[in-house]
Design a protein. Structure first.
Length: 155
């Protein structure tokens, strides 16, 4: 993708383009950067631009791109795959998805839903945080769209 700074009232002498994937420094016009969006990116992808003009003033701006993927989710991988819980324990599930384009993307907090089939044993919140409630065994159903995975819990 190409990111270009437009005209300004005072000429620029340098610009810095920053994303979570890379940093590009430009010291001559045109202030334009080729930036890569990682294949696993879904959702918001912010780019911060800092530019210095001839007077020495620093200008900072931000552009946020919304990245949508056409690949279909084919499988969920939940870690840990099984839980052994004890009183006082709390842990976080991590979820990644395998997609039809061969890319693995983090899905822990991206449209993933969690459901404990027995909240007397463990509860799980919308972020995948599991907390011990009492003795017994149960399962946690993890879903994202039409794809689901089951995590067995025992204590």
């Amino acid at each position: 993708m190409t990111v270009t700074l437009g005209e300004t009232d005072t000429p620029l002498i340098s610009a810095l383009f920053l994303s979570r994937a890379e940093v590009t420094h430009i010291e001559a016009d045109p202030f334009q950067a080729q930036m890569e969006v990682p294949a696993e990116t879904v959702g918001e992808f912010p780019i911060v631009i800092a530019a210095r003009d001839l007077t020495g003033d620093l200008r900072i701006g931000k552009v946020t791109l919304l990245i949508e993927q056409n690949a279909q989710l084919t499988e969920l991988i939940v870690q840990p795959a099984g839980l052994f819980m004890k009183p006082g324990m709390r842990l976080n599930l991590r979820v990644v998805g395998l997609f039809s384009d061969g890319v693995t993307r983090k899905l822990t907090d991206s449209g993933t839903l969690y459901l404990s089939t027995d909240e007397g044993v463990v509860t799980v919140d919308e972020f995948g945080s599991v907390e011990y409630q009492g003795p017994g065994g149960t399962t946690i159903l993890v879903t994202n769209g039409e794809v689901e995975q089951v995590v067995k819990v025992r204590n």
